[in-house]
Design a protein around this ligand. Structure first.
Ligand code: N01
Length: 545
């Protein structure tokens, strides 16, 4: 371990939505903090994902900070679903407005973190060879931030340009006149494909699993639209705090199985026409819990695909089958299916023509060589736990987090890992995380963490930990809830099924954002039930702690 050069109350990892809010809240609460960011700029996900067509799939009104009324009033979003670039500018504005940059060391990765049991301090080592000692460790490093490689033989031999959507380069990438291949048809692939069709010489899409893509209905925002939202913004935010998905959307109580065909058709047409991410899930209560109810939506969308795509054999390949609607995150896209009516777009179905290898000239599938000038990997992420397990984290007794999570990530309350004291996870395993509005979830987590750290400071506690029993109970609860739904019927990144060798454990808490918030508040109010709080004999009180 290197020489300790700095001491602070909390080390924060990341300068995205979560990291920035953590810096602001903890600094304002009087803690001395140091944040590290691997990139050279602000933005997290939105800094790295500047691929063509990248934009968020929740409306800007919900996918934004709620902590500052002034910020809310002064920032004018230009589109219903802002682009990655606009989101990055928004976060840069937040960093400047609240003077957060001075707390961030850019171009610096956290390599390891080791808990010093005698001092109740984390010793955190960074890629610049320095070590920081901090009472608290808050990795706000994102749930979808570690790109998953495509695991295809020969990728290093390709002589053209190659990019992963999650690590899009900062230089200008030219597409004109090029033969481009996109591997992957999740949200990133769908957006990239829509953006590149017609902008390059030829686009070849390599699809392993067809997904459900529902219309985005993105549009520019006018001042009048912005005013309408601002008029009831406070109320909208308050309602969002108690709902299942962390947005002000009412969930129905009726079953799809009780609806008449006409009524159902009308609802689904309305969801298709006036779409938003939750549109279809808001039609009936049992869309995500009953196979027959789910099948009605799936078949409605398949009917739309058959109508939009002119060539029946292409339409057939695009029909999502084998998993229920909504159990893999549905994608938003206005032109996705019609792209396949173009002569300069080809769909390769990897189920019938698997990729054999990448060669210098392009990709060889079971049906032969496809020559390419550029390859874009839209192959997803090592989600939820990946950002944490790539850091060498060692807790009590030197135990490694990667060993502890060898059979699947586990936490108590989605906030803490037993025997890794004073380390708070943010929107990670065991929390609603990506199955609710992320910006709302981030604020809730960071507010809870701040309150906890303040209570510890007030009481002179230097260590907070939990037990394996608490983890067992919490993670069992997470599994009990998911078993009542259809989510386990899809090989999704929610359960790590997309990463070869990763244990298949469903990680997000599906009980809803509102219930989760309530539970976290109750635990804190009951004196941090399920946690143990203590004082070290030789506590080296750092800064304000
Ligand atoms: O990743 P994904 P993503 N050979 O894992 C395929 C959020 N997000 O980056 O399904 C061939 O969903 C893989 O195939 P399969 C959002 O929450 C949001 O697109 O495993 N194909 C799949 O098609 C989203 O859910 C936004 O069979 C391979 C694709 O690659 C999450 O991020 C935008 C392969 C990966 O899809 C992840 O989305 C972007 C291989 N070896 C992302 N390996 C918005 O807000 C993987 N695939 C709109």
């Amino acid at each position: 371990m290197g020489t300790t050069t700095e001491t602070c109350d909390a080390v924060i990892v990341g300068a995205g939505f979560a990291g920035l809010y953590a810096i602001k809240r903890l600094r304002d609460a009087g803690f001395k903090i140091q944040a590290f960011e691997a990139g050279d700029g602000i933005g997290g996900t939105w800094y790295w994902n500047q691929y063509p067509g990248a934009r968020v799939d929740l409306e800007c009104w919900d996918y934004s900070y709620s902590f500052s009324r002034e910020l809310q009033d002064e920032w004018d979003w230009t589109e219903r679903y802002p682009t990655a670039r606009e989101l990055m500018h928004y976060l840069e504005h937040v960093a400047d407005r609240f003077k957060l940059r001075e707390h961030i060391r850019f171009n610096t990765r956290v390599d390891s973190a080791e808990f010093d049991e005698n001092a109740d301090m984390w010793r955190i080592r960074t890629s610049d060879g320095k070590t920081v000692a901090a009472r608290f460790f808050v990795p706000a490093s994102g749930v979808l931030s570690v790109p998953k490689p495509p695991e295809i033989a020969g990728i290093e031999t390709f002589k053209g340009e190659a990019y992963h959507t999650g690590r899009w380069p900062k230089h200008d990438v030219k597409f004109e006149g090029k033969r481009i291949g996109v591997i992957g048809t999740g949200s990133s692939g769908v957006q990239t494909i829509q953006a590149l069709a017609g902008k390059c010489k030829h686009l070849t899409v390599f699809q392993r699993t067809a997904v459900f893509v529902v219309p985005a209905k993105n549009h520019a925002l006018t001042p009048a639209m912005r005013e309408r939202v601002r008029a009831t913004y406070a109320e909208r935010r308050e309602i969002s705090k108690i709902t299942r998905f962390g947005i002000a959307a009412a969930m129905p109580s009726e079953s799809a199985l009780d609806a008449t065909p006409e009524e159902m058709q009308m609802k689904y047409e309305n969801a298709w026409t006036n779409s938003q991410l939750l549109g279809f899930r808001q039609c009936y209560a049992d869309i995500l819990s009953n196979d027959d109810a789910n099948a009605t939506v799936a078949e409605f969308i398949r009917g739309k695909i058959r109508k939009i795509v002119h060539k029946p054999h292409v339409a057939q390949k695009l029909l999502p089958t084998g998993f229920p609607f909504g159990t893999k995150r549905p994608c938003l896209g206005d032109t996705y299916y019609s792209v396949y009516n173009r002569d300069d777009v080809t769909l390769v179905d990897l189920k019938t023509a698997p990729i054999e290898r990448v060669v210098p000239e392009g990709i060889v599938t079971a049906e032969g060589l496809i020559e390419l000038d550029m390859l874009i990997y839209a192959t997803g992420y090592d989600a939820l736990s990946g950002a944490l397990t790539r850091i060498d984290v060692r807790g009590v007794g030197g135990a490694r987090l990667t060993d502890k999570w060898a059979d699947g990530a586990r936490t108590y309350l989605g906030l803490m890992v037993a025997s890794f004291p004073n380390l708070f996870t943010v929107t990670g395993p065991g929390s609603p995380g990506p199955l609710a509005n992320m910006s709302m979830s981030i604020e809730q987590h960071i507010d809870w963490i701040t309150r906890c750290m303040e209570d510890m400071r007030k009481n002179g506690w230097t260590r907070i930990d939990t037990s394996s029993d608490q983890e067992d109970k919490w993670m069992q609860g997470v599994q009990d809830i998911v078993k009542r739904t259809l989510y386990l019927k899809a090989d999704s990144w929610y359960l790590g099924a997309n990463v070869p060798g990763k244990p298949k454990v469903f990680l997000p808490y599906l009980g809803g954002h509102g219930n989760y918030r309530k539970k976290c508040d109750e635990v804190a109010a009951a004196g941090y039930e399920g946690f143990t709080l203590s004082k070290t004999k030789q506590a080296k009180t750092a800064g304000a702690t």
